[in-house]
Design a protein around this ligand. Structure first.
Ligand code: ATP
Length: 235
């Protein structure tokens, strides 16, 4: 396994956000974490990338324990996190935002090639490479956030609700982008409230309910699971 989360507990002051979750991410494809508001999905990603400190349990990446490392070391190990709400730099251009993603890298020639790869992957960004990021649409800003994460040359990409607030057409475009990233060799952990979309894209899924894993299994199985259908797929 590329990533293993074992019996993870996270508290915010006295509130338990995660109460002993375990999950595994193989070295290819998409694993999704679905669940209602406040179930602990974002907290799970924040723990993996070192932004939230576990109060118990362990996280291993490529066999190495990472839950005690500072966030910048975890980035350097190859985990890139696109947080909810994107957090791009509004007063920098599209291209400047992308270059920030490469701040830990020294391979300048490869950085230039990767920038061009990103523009090939996101033609909308290429047309707007010198435009202020704040002038982009929500979907374009999400592309910048994902592109910036890819510029770190990650071995694993954590995506927190990439479809949030996007138009139906842009949601489909984002789905295509996420599938494409996984197919071209970067495994993805996808957090989504849109369970239908997530189960369509992922091969394996975890359903979080108030800080615990309520159900897990192959995405195709969860699509026909009665509880999942009633609670998350509006059946
Ligand atoms: P959402 O989709 O609404 O972000 P989520 O499944 O990602 O939901 P989390 O954001 O991980 O859930 O939150 C899990 C629990 O932890 C919630 O009860 C939330 O109120 C609480 N929580 C999250 N961040 C903090 C914080 N910084 N301080 C205190 N409590 C927090």
């Amino acid at each position: 396994m590329l990533l293993e989360v074992r019996n993870l507990h996270v508290h915010y002051q006295k509130v338990a956000a995660l109460k002993g979750i375990s999950l595994q991410v193989p070295s290819g494809g998409i694993v999704t974490i679905i669940g209602a508001n406040g179930a602990g999905k974002s907290t799970t990603l924040r723990s993996i990338s070192g932004l939230a400190r576990p109060s118990g349990g362990e996280i291993h990446f490529e066999g190495e324990r990472i839950d005690t490392m500072p966030a910048e070391k975890i980035v350097a190990r190859g985990i890139a996190h696109v947080p909810e709400g994107r957090r791009i730099f509004p007063d920098l251009t599209v291209e400047e935002n992308l270059r920030i993603g490469a701040f830990l890298r020294k391979d300048t020639a490869k950085i230039e090639r990767d920038i061009e790869d990103i523009f090939e992957r996101f033609p909308r960004l290429k047309e707007r490479r010198t435009q202020w990021a704040r002038t982009l649409s929500g979907g374009e800003q999400q592309m910048v956030a994902i592109g910036r994460a890819l510029m770190s040359g990650p071995k694993l990409l954590l995506l927190d609700e990439p479809s949030m607030g996007l138009s139906p057409v842009m949601v489909q475009e984002m789905a295509r982008i996420v599938s494409d990233i996984a197919e071209t060799g970067v495994p993805v952990v996808l957090v989504e409230q849109n369970a239908g979309l997530a189960l369509r894209l992922a091969s394996y899924a975890y359903v979080l309910e108030i800080g615990t894993v309520a159900v897990e299994g192959a995405a195709t199985d969860l699509k026909t699971n009665d509880h999942v259908r009633r609670a998350y797929l509006g059946a």
